[in-house]
Ligand binder design. Structure first.
Ligand SMILES: Nc1ncnc2c1ncn2[C@@H]1O[C@H](COP(=O)(O)OP(=O)(O)OP(=O)(O)O)[C@@H](O)[C@H]1O
Ligand SMILES: [Mg+2]
Length: 463
């Protein structure tokens, strides 16, 4: 069926199934580029007493990986238990939350069982996830040992292979409260409780999340989640266009991949808007080309979450126009950390492209302005990289993708490449091989954050 054949309702419904701009993914068919991580998680969950911790930058896809892995693990008679940390949570409140979620009536008919979920523990009665006895549960969960005892019963009542996703663990503010989970894991293992945990958190290491010298390391498989790789970025768009029988200009597909900076939210958002533009177009549409791309990009920029946009606004709005170009220059290339001289190179290219209305600042003036981007009233978008004098990175890495979208919408194509002399060519391996030419020059296959350091040839800025 061509896109013209759909009613708005049919189109929107189908689109909502294919793209997931506002919700984590839960199924393996839509989770792109994470087969290695899924495999690691799957294998480690076989080990008795071992749990999983997924960490990485905001927006890289932690919740999606956790949910998908949990659905894979959880035995079919029930759904996995999902709870999320928040600023006012304590160990106690999280455990109570887990109990209530686990004992809730299954949501879908398909997994309804004839066992009613009810439990009685220390005089507290639950049925269908509601605590019926009006006792103060928290008062019964004074120690980690109490929690273990409760979770043991819950695990048995719940299912054959129960799993809990504790999302956004990092938002639990109190480090002492977070640390209790480390001893919880240890005790769950010691007492052979079959309940598994997948934690997610924004951060760069487990130390950051659990505190150093934790004994929980043996109980935890840690999965550091990098940005989405090139193929995965491209596949999201390709599948969506395939689903509506639209062909996809291969260069547009690469642009979306580059503009997104590897953050799947942007890819979903841009693709969703492109497809709506295609649907609403007065002309017959058979292909996603540049016009649709630019329309979709504009729409996506408008609808990006306000919190994300705010620092960008602070950095460029009501400022002299040079700040737009300076900010864009910071988001060029694939590297998340860059030195000033490198960014200045990007900047000179951007100014040249913008033409006569732009004035080129010299490097020292550029540097002075750039440093302002570390200040709160400029959105604090940049930060000096810890332990690497002269290197700058984004405070919130995901913002880089938004900056790239802004630049693109203004006719400035930032690249996913870097100016290093030795560049490899990669041969494209789009599905079935027929889709497209090779990877554009300079696009690097995905690397882990820790690998980037070694491959940079530039000298640091003596700042
Ligand atoms: N591997 C993937 N393939 C396709 N889409 C993905 C993938 N991972 C995540 N997404 C999509 O990207 C968006 C962000 O993903 P998710 O919410 O899982 O990220 P997160 O790291 O948990 O973010 P946050 O730090 O804000 O909690 C979601 O809309 C999700 O549908
Ligand atoms: Mg999340």
């Amino acid at each position: 069926m061509t896109i013209e054949g759909y009613t708005k309702d049919e189109f929107g419904t189908k689109l909502g199934k294919i793209l997931s701009t506002s919700r984590p993914i839960q199924s393996i068919e839509h989770l792109k580029g994470r087969s290695k991580e899924l495999d690691t998680i799957e294998k480690s969950l076989y080990a008795p007493g071992r749990h999983v911790f997924i960490y990485g930058d905001r927006g890289v896809g932690k919740s999606s990986l956790a949910a998908t892995a949990a659905y894979q693990y959880q035995s079919a008679e029930r759904e996995p238990v999902f709870v999320s940390g928040s600023v006012d949570d304590t160990f106690q409140t999280v455990i109570v939350n887990i109990a209530n979620q686990a004992l809730r009536r299954p949501r879908t008919e398909a997994i309804r069982t004839n066992t009613t979920m009810s439990l009685e523990w220390r005089g507290i009665k639950w049925s269908d996830g509601i605590e019926r006895s009006n006792l103060d549960i928290s008062s019964q969960i004074r120690t980690v040992g109490d929690a273990v005892e409760l979770l043991k019963q819950i695990a048995e009542a719940h299912s054959e292979k129960p799993i809990v996703v504790l999302d956004e663990f990092d938002t639990i503010v109190d480090v002492n409260e977070r640390n209790k989970f480390a001893s919880l894991l240890k005790q769950l293992g010691d007492q052979s409780v079959k309940l598994k945990f997948i934690f997610t958190g924004v951060g760069h290491s487990l130390d950051e999340l659990l505190g150093a010298h934790q004994s929980a390391y043996r109980q935890l498989e840690t999965v550091e989640l990098p940005r989405l790789g090139w193929e995965a970025r491209r596949e999201i768009v390709l599948e969506a266009s395939d689903a509506f029988n639209l062909s996809l200009d291969n260069n547009v597909n690469w642009r979306i991949a580059m503009v997104s900076d590897g953050y799947p939210y942007y890819i979903h958002s841009i693709t969703e808007k492109i497809l709506w533009e295609a649907f609403s177009s007065a002309q017959e549409v058979n292909e996603i080309g540049w016009d649709l791309f630019f329309q979709g990009l504009q729409d996506a920029i408008l609808s990006i979450n306000a919190e994300l946009k705010k620092p960008y606004g602070q950095a460029v709005l009501n400022r002299s126009s040079e700040f737009e170009e300076i900010v864009w220059s910071t988001a060029d290339h694939d590297d998340l950390s860059r030195v000033l001289s490198d960014m200045y190179q990007s900047y000179t290219k951007i100014v040249a492209k913008r033409g006569q209305n732009s004035i080129l600042l010299d490097q020292s003036r550029y540097g002075a302005q750039l440093r302002k981007l570390k200040e709160e009233n400029y959105g604090a978008i940049l930060q000096q990289e810890l332990g690497r004098p002269g290197w700058y990175g984004y405070r919130e890495k995901m913002l880089r993708g938004y900056v790239r979208m802004q630049a693109e919408a203004n006719g400035i194509q930032l690249t996913g490449e870097r100016p290093a002399p030795k560049q490899k060519m990669y041969v494209g391996n789009a599905r079935n091989g027929y889709r497209g030419p090779d990877t554009p020059k300079g696009v690097r296959e995905h690397q882990r954050i820790s690998d980037w350091e070694e491959t940079t040839s530039n000298l640091p800025d003596p700042d």
